[in-house]
Design a protein around this ligand. Sequence first.
Ligand code: ADP
Length: 287
Amino acid sequence: MITVVGSYNVDFILKVDKFPEEGETVFAKDIYISHGGKGSNQAVSASRLGAKVRLIAAVGNDEYGRRAISFWEDEKIDVGYVKIKNAPTGSAYIIVNENGQNMIVVNRGANIFLLPEDLNSELKGEVMLTQLEIREDTVKKALREFNGLRILNPAPATLNDISILDYVDILTPNEVEFKELSGADDLDYGIEVLLKKVKKAVIITLGEKGALIGMRNKRIRVETMKVNAIDTTGAGDVFNATLAVYLEKGYEIERAVRIANIIAAYSTTKIGALGPRLEEVKSLIEE
Ligand code: ADP
């Protein structure tokens, strides 16, 4: 069982020719509405690879919250610990211009109300996967009290309570998050800094350059698959989900990272933040 503790947002993606200036109104060319939030994305991507997944997240008592729960049920996720809060379901407003640049406003809504006291008996299992889009005190309790392998994807990069890292086995920053957390530009030195806190490994994702695994006295560069990427949104989420799935199966870290790279690379060849189903990618993975 993989326990994901994290966020849910409805994403409203608006395509425009150009961003509005202050006080200006522009018309959208298109709108896409999709399920988002790193917690939800990672839970769904893990479930699609065949893992048993339980999601601990909070939604509002509204139509978006109900749709989220029914989406997770369709994706075969255990929603027994999803909390319904007296706040709107989280939402993100993503404006994308002609050049593919974006401006984003997030209303965190119910996500902020997922409290440490909402977590209890579910903190048992093989693997926990969490991120930083929910309250840090909730993330801390989840990691501190979990009795299995704990993975923290430190996204977004802001971490106020650095002691959270004391309860992490595997930390999975991308390059930006890595620099922010370690305070170092140099990969080797930054890994040393973070390994003073994190228990087992720091895995830095490097986009098309794959990933770097840092363990005590060991560095392993793992190349990814060459692809024609058309949408890298959520590549990190697919990477983390896949890593959790294969570590839960008992794979060594290096082998799990190899597969996570392949499936994350594959996911960039498709539109959207969610990963593929196992049947679709089985032939790419030599198990
Ligand atoms: P994030 O999405 O969090 O910014 P990265 O950009 O590092 O994280 O991407 C996560 C993983 O997705 C990478 O380690 C890699 O395996 C895969 N990936 C991302 N972009 C590409 C790409 N252009 N080509 C191949 N793989 C990619």
